[in-house]
Design a protein around this ligand. Structure first.
Ligand code: EPZ
Length: 435
């Protein structure tokens, strides 16, 4: 799967972007990261083979597959985006610290291992530094389903005294994507009915539920705030194709608008993009959609708008960062309010170094539009901050060197190649490994 290494010993460290080139042409979206990192662990629930297609070729997926292999799963890469998983001979229920800490989604191994084996030993997850990211709602769900939970010496120990979980009524105090997904994984095999209230409704929740149902699970209501899971019977292997990535789609839509480009995005799901499309239209960007294509065109001279991140179907928090880059050159002042995370504005310091005029007060950024950004060396501090730096580099005058490419490769498959295919001038800067 994905490697940072361009050739033996070389490590990709920077993207060097020469800005000011309008993007034009067609680009196809890859599979959804936040669906894949839950769907792949779901294969643990069956004593059989699952074939998953449209898996994004990104490092978060490589990490999840590494964890599954470590547990004893057979992982066969059919091609870079198709994988066959056979979890019939999984013999471990403990995930090594060094593997789990690399990504946020390692927490899905708790729900899947608990669901299949009635026990799990998993370190707390890693993931982007966006402030405190507790998993109390995940643990609340597992506890309600009969698991006893201990958190000690850096591990989460979860086990059901009977070896099986039972159905429960679970109300999420916080609308949590991860907790909703994790409880789905644990409930699919649990005895009886589980009801999740105040559930998250993101497209990747529906994708996981559809995959579990294709394995014989009985899940109703995914995509609404009440999900009912009737467990208690064995599941079987399945073939499944992951939905396109909502956040990659949005990032490319924003990049097209930011460069005054004319781009058709294919293999997308327009209904997943409504909150962003509406905002781009409000700014004066041309957006039209049909079936699985979204056409985005801009002649510049964009209006400032206000953004407030919300749970789906509201404006996605994961698009807050690239969208703010676009807002730096809009006419007037835009107000960006981040309601999901307490620390998702660290990247703004980097935008200021490129000439952006932004003030941050608590969870609000006030973006006063400027004529243009100026290229500069900048660093991605997390995955979507990396997207923000790329968008800023594409629209800036001069050259922008984006460091921290390892974060970007966690969630975007070949983003530089896709942008180069649309006319962007991006080079990869490498250094020999270990130097
Ligand atoms: C998922 O994170 C995504 N990651 C994030 O995407 C995304 O930003 C987030 O959902 C919101 O859409 C993956 O799917 C791997 P949450 P997750 O649980 O599950 C609080 C990206 O860039 N909370 O919906 O961690 C939490 O602190 C990444 O692809 C609790 O308080 O998000 C946050 O403030 C970044 N207790 C809010 O809820 C809990 O038990 C939303 O978190 C769980 C969450």
């Amino acid at each position: 799967m994905i490697e940072n290494h361009i050739k033996e010993g070389a490590v990709l460290t920077k993207y060097v972007i020469s800005g000011g080139n309008p993007l034009h042409g067609e680009v196809e979206i890859s599979g959804a990261k936040n669906a894949a990192v839950a769907i792949l662990p779901a294969a643990l629930l069956v004593d059989g083979v699952c074939r998953i297609e449209n898996v994004p070729n990104i490092s978060d997926v490589t990490m999840i597959l590494g964890i599954l292999r470590d547990l004893g799963a057979e992982v066969r890469m059919i091609n870079p985006t198709t994988v066959e998983l056979d979890c019939s001979h999984v013999y471990k229920q403990n995930v090594p610290y060094e593997l789990a800490r690399q990504i946020r989604a390692s927490y899905y191994l708790i729900g899947a291992l608990l669901g299949r084996f009635g026990r799990a030993e998993v370190p707390p997850p890693g993931g982007c530094d966006l402030g405190v990211r507790p998993i109390d709602q995940h643990l609340k769900g597992f506890y309600a389903m009969g698991a006893e939970i201990q958190v000690e010496n850096g591990f989460i120990y979860a086990a059901s005294p009977t070896g099986r979980l039972h159905g429960a009524q679970i109300y999420l105090d916080v609308v949590s994507v991860g907790a909703t997904m994790n409880i789905l994984l644990a409930a699919a095999l649990a005895d009886g009915l589980t009801v999740i209230e105040n559930a998250a409704k993101e497209p990747h929740i529906v994708d996981l539920a559809n995959f579990l149902n294709s394995m014989g699970a009985r899940i109703k209501g995914a995509g609404t705030d009440i999900i009912r899971i009737t467990g208690g019977r064995e599941l079987h292997g399945s073939n499944y194709t992951i939905i396109p990535d909502q956040i990659e789609t949005g990032t490319l839509m924003i990049a097209a608008a930011a460069t005054g480009g004319d781009v058709v995005i294919t293999g997308a799901i327009p209904t997943h993009m409504e909150s962003l499309s509406a905002k781009l239209l409000e700014m004066g960007v041309y957006v039209s959609e049909d079936d699985d294509r979204i056409h985005v065109r801009s002649e510049g001279n964009l209006r400032a708008v206000n953004i407030k991140t919300q749970v789906y179907p509201g404006f996605p928090t994961d698009l807050q960062q690239p969208m703010t880059s676009l807002l730096t050159i809009a006419n007037g002042s835009s107000i960006v309010t981040e309601t999901i995370y307490e620390a998702r504005f660290k990247y703004i310091e980097e935008l200021r170094r490129m000439g952006a005029n932004i003030r941050v007060i608590d969870r609000t950024a006030i973006v006063d539009g400027v004529d243009r950004l100026i290229g500069a060396p900048v660093t991605a501090t997390d995955l979507r901050a990396g997207a923000s730096m790329i968008v800023a580099g594409l629209m800036a005058d001069g050259v922008t060197e984006v460091s921290g490419v390892k974060y970007i490769m966690r969630g975007y498959e070949d983003i530089d190649k896709k942008l180069i295919g649309l006319g962007a001038h991006i080079e990869r800067s490498v250094k020999m490994g270990g130097l």
